[in-house]
Write a protein that binds this ligand. Sequence first.
Ligand code: FE2
Length: 414
Amino acid sequence: MNQIGCDKYTEHRQELIAAFKEVRQQTLNLTSTLSAEDMQIQSMPDASPTKWHMAHTSWFFEAFILAKFQSGFSWHDPMYHKLYNSYYNALGEPFSRAKRGMITRPSVDEIRDYRENINARMTTLLTECRDAQFKEIAPLLVIGLNHEQQHQELILTDIKHALFQNPTYPAVFPHDGARETQPDQRWLAVEGGEVSIGYAGDGFCFDNELPRHRVLLDDFEISNRLITNAEWLEFMQDGGYEKPLLWLSDGWAWKNENQAKAPFYWVHEDDEWQAFSLAGLRSIKPNEPVTHINYYEADAYARWTGCRLPTEQEWEHAATLLSAKDADEVLCLSQGLSQGLRWEWTSSAYLPYPGFCPAIGNVGEYNGKFMINQMILRGASGATQCGHSRFSYRNFFGPSARWQFSGVRLVRLD
Ligand SMILES: [Fe+2]
């Protein structure tokens, strides 16, 4: 799906209906090799069962669009409204996140029926409503499509975590995200000054990418590529995980509590490091970007090198500036966006931009209330859906989260 613009909705009604069908189908495509048992399990409170993702993305359309705009509306099943509401307190008390794996009924087949029911009702509404009503529905529809794309990435990261608990390391997909090797290290000079940050186009963006505003940046240099597995191994062999001076206090406590010695999913077997992927266990490829490291690890690594992580403003400014130059200079910043490599940790806390206004209505709970205790990641990963990335995109996770496809890019002062 290409990025769907918000302007001139009514002129693009057919395009939006086609996008709806495509995104809904993509969820089924991603889950086609999973068994009903795979789709049921929940391996930790942060990760949800595949079946829950399939239902919740349908509930989103039912709760935010059909409930408001469909004449004669009634819930597909009133109980689903409780089970598959993720965190929208304005819509009622959501079911416990940590217990989503306990919902053995409805079955996967019943959730497939639910999806079909929502698809049919949505398609009828989108096709038959008047232009004036379509204008009201379309912004919510576009959020719903972007929302489902976010959950498509979560389906992959969550099932990977679940399958990793199985010592047979099952392979469920032919590949596991991008495996591009990295070019030689170069430092790209970026001129600072007063620069504008935030979404500036006329297409879709989330509320947290606005308003566009000015910031003052010093000059800096940013790496043309991500840190590789080989470089991370050097960090490990140099005792990086054992040197307290490299670590933030919370990071040191996390590391000790979890006995972390290597990136998540790395397994030392047969005298070599291997990594679990959705394609099963495989040898570490030295020149691939390292992945599944958390903020604490990324920060410690940066300190070990004498460099630092970019701020989110530096990252966005560099990506925008370099993408306007010739191909060689763009390198992995834009490659990370167009092809998807790793979500890149920044040193920026997830905070509202000056003048931030949450989206209007109950969907206002989507982003703003999470602006506490989380760090920003920029770019995209191999699991990010096509068209679901932009320079102003703000992903966010807690500093100890390792199950996303996250990596490291460094900056240094000019
Ligand atoms: Fe959601």
